[in-house]
Unconditional design. Structure first.
Length: 326
């Protein structure tokens, strides 16, 4: 092998290691649990390393078709091993490393076919369609990762955490605050202002909230498995104008709410991983369209730099073509 091909093979292996580590550490549930910064960094890193891998494979095609199966096999082993070290899921590591190997083969063969279709060398025409399908493969990997993480969390009855409930409940708390405030203001309007002491306000607020919760209870007397009598309504903040803030009450109940939701989800444990995987694909596809546009804008400058650096060169060659005539 030439020195350029050895360099590209080494870069591909290095990129595969980084991609495996980023995917293994990625936790999509962390986006709902508060670890936004770390997981967003890992997600962006996975996309960038996929693009770097794509470019390496296309450049390897320019250097000839010798030893490419061995190079891709070694890269896949590095990818799978790194993923396993971080994720510790052997079956998932084996499945994703096999998918990664097939992905490399696909990129290599597809880029080669597209390069042969055009008279002039055009990086955009070669990279564009291949990049689109490559990002789809990455999304499928994300879905498989979420599938496995969902199974693990379901087995631990921890699919939904209190932190997730806290984030998801914020818009609902705002709505409930407005509804309860409206009800309380009507109640306060029927009471003499001299009798509206802070204690009386809290008593009226507690009464309104308790009665509302009772009306929400099911036939077994619970609200989605939570006993209304255990809800700490006394933690509700009541303002002089009749406004309320349910945030302290909800914050005290986050573990109970999360536990109740997990019990409900566990009834459908067989289907939950598939639903999460499908949602992953649906939610990430629009994001990947944006990524594709950004990476396509980078493709031409990158190939110009590679050409000026002498890593690639453009040559002209003659070909004999068969055609039919009458």
């Amino acid at each position: 092998m030439t020195s350029k091909k050895i360099f590209l093979a080494g870069l591909l292996c290095f990129s595969s290691i980084l991609l495996g580590g980023a995917l293994g550490a990625l936790d999509f549930f962390g986006f709902l649990g508060g670890d936004h910064g770390l997981n967003l960094t890992l997600l962006i890193a996975a996309v960038l390393f996929t693009y770097l891998t794509l470019i390496c494979v296309i450049l390897l095609d320019f250097s000839g078709r010798e030893h490419y199966v061995s190079i891709f096999g070694l890269s896949s082993v590095f990818f799978g091993f790194t993923f396993f070290l971080v994720n510790l899921n052997f079956v998932l590591s084996l499945g994703l490393s096999s998918t990664f190997f097939l992905f490399l083969i696909y990129v290599f063969q597809s880029s080669s076919k597209r390069a042969a279709m055009f008279v002039r060398f055009n990086p955009s025409e070669i990279v564009g369609p291949v990049l689109k399908k490559s990002l789809m493969v990455l999304v499928i990997m994300f879905a498989a990762l979420n599938f496995a993480q969902t199974q693990d969390r379901l087995s631990e009855n921890n699919l939904i955490t209190p932190g997730m409930v806290g984030i998801i409940s914020k818009p609902f708390i705002t709505t409930f605050n407005q509804q309860f405030s409206s009800s309380l203001q009507k109640q306060f309007a029927t009471v003499d202002k001299d009798q509206l002491t802070p204690e009386n306000r809290e008593k009226i607020a507690d009464y309104v909230i308790v009665e509302t919760l009772k009306s929400m209870a099911s036939q077994n007397g619970t609200i989605y498995g939570i006993d209304p009598s255990t809800i700490p309504v006394e933690k509700t903040i009541v303002y002089e104008n009749g406004g309320v803030d349910l945030s302290p009450m909800v914050a005290a109940m986050l573990p109970d709410i999360a536990d109740a939701i997990n019990r409900e989800i566990n009834k459908y444990a067989l289907f939950a991983p598939f639903i999460v995987a499908l949602l992953t694909i649906l939610l990430l596809q629009p994001f990947m369209f944006i990524v594709q546009g950004i990476e396509m804008m980078l493709t031409i400058p990158i190939f110009k730099i590679l050409k000026k650096a002498g890593l690639i060169k453009i040559i002209k060659e003659s070909k004999e073509v068969e055609r039919a005539v009458l």
